[in-house]
Design a binder for this molecule. Structure first.
Ligand code: 5GP
Length: 209
């Protein structure tokens, strides 16, 4: 059987610092060669974001057409906008044997876990509610109404934390990166992962010649 990559899911309520964490993680831990999926979304582009880098920003009409054509591995409606993980891109990464990190919400995580039973999911939490509010305010990318809406959604989203395999509290940024690395590395050392990777070696070691 071909060595297929693994899926790691990272979910967090808005303003938890997930995007910064992912960016730094990918930069700092390049040697781990974890790939990211770029989602499609119908939400408006924020200052500093780039089409094709942060998201593919598309209309609701186009998104619905993509749903119809089964172009998504999973998709969900989050804050009145649609978000979806492209199927082809994800498949091509996995079939190359590379691991992929999905930055998706709990609805998407549930869908992925149903399809990929060995996917590992991680939930990120802020160190406090005050800190979360400050981060949302500092980000200054959304209007007040959206910030309060997201604060209200915080409890609802966080209530899903038990559905995840791992929990990281984003108090100290470097610690959070290191925890993420530990999760990925420990998974890569698991017997199921290693026995696939070192199949030939193990066969050879067990061979009675
Ligand atoms: P934001 O608009 O702040 O970039 O993202 C809002 C939420 O949508 C975040 O929780 C993020 O993880 C989630 N999200 C981003 N891309 C996807 C996706 O492809 N699928 C799902 N289910 N959620 C996504």
């Amino acid at each position: 059987m071909k060595n297929v990559g693994r899926i790691f899911i990272l979910s967090a309520p808005s303003g938890t610092g997930k995007s910064s964490l992912i960016k730094s993680f990918l930069k700092k831990e390049q040697f781990l060669e974890v790939k990211m999926s770029i989602s499609y979304t119908t939400r408006l582009i924020r200052p500093g974001e780039r089409h094709g880098i942060d998201y593919y920003f598309i209309s609701k009409k186009k998104f619905k057409l993509m749903i119809k054509k089964k172009k998504f591995l999973e998709y969900a409606k989050v804050f009145n906008n649609y978000y979806g993980t492209p199927l082809i891109h994800t498949q091509s990464i996995l079939f190359k044997g590379q691991d992929i990190l999905l930055d998706i919400d709990w609805q998407g995580a549930r869908q992925i876990k149903k399809i990929f039973l060995n996917a590992k999911s991680i939930f990120l939490l802020p160190p406090s509610k005050d800190e979360l509010f400050n981060r949302l305010k500092k980000r200054n990318q959304d209007d007040q109404e959206v910030i309060f809406h997201r604060m209200k959604k915080f409890i609802k989203e966080t209530s899903h934390y038990l559905e995840y395999d791992y929990l990281i509290i984003n108090d100290n940024f470097n610690d959070a990166i290191s925890h993420l690395k530990t999760i990925i590395c420990s998974y890569r050392l698991s017997t199921s992962y290693q026995s696939m990777k070192y199949k030939k070696l193990i066969q050879n070691l067990l061979c009675r010649d």
